[in-house]
Ligand binder design. Structure first.
Ligand code: FES
Length: 139
């Protein structure tokens, strides 16, 4: 069961049953993982249900998530380089956390708060520094 942060406004994200693909690109290794998101993917375990972090977790793709996916850190910062418009805009709470993340770009999102609506495939780059944090075991 995914955690909930009672101190933030709930994100109005709509999950869809329309199948789509998320391609995760690990900037450290260059590895690419294509994940088909459909009714068989076990979601609802981490971050907002159907979020990029939830999808990554279900597919075995590692993204750091120190706060457990409740919008209380910035360690799940990723770059949504394609299909980002299919996610609702970042809330003020997400923006506040993103402000603390390194190397922000216009593609920056918190993976645990970004829930695609399934109308388009996405490409998500996992920054090098995120992967290093996972390896070094920072929590
Ligand atoms: S895991 Fe902490 S904000 Fe996403």
């Amino acid at each position: 069961m995914a955690g909930v942060n009672p101190y933030i406004r709930k994100v109005e994200a709509v999950r869809t049953d329309r199948p789509f693909t998320v391609t995760f690109v690990d900037e450290e290794t260059g590895a690419t993982t294509e994940v088909r998101v459909d009714a068989t993917l076990p979601l609802g375990r981490l971050g907002l249900e159907g979020s990029l972090l939830d999808i990554a977790e279900a597919a075995g793709v590692e993204i750091n998530h120190s706060c457990g996916g409740v919008c209380a850190c910035s360690t799940c910062h990723v770059y949504v380089t394609a299909g980002g418009k299919t996610c609702p805009p970042a809330t003020e709470d997400e923006e506040d956390q993103l402000d603390k993340a390194p190397a922000l770009t216009t593609d920056s999102r918190l993976a645990c708060q970004c829930v695609p609506d399934g109308t388009q495939d996405l490409t998500v780059r996992i920054p090098k520094w995120n992967r290093n944090q996972v390896k070094e075991g920072h929590h």
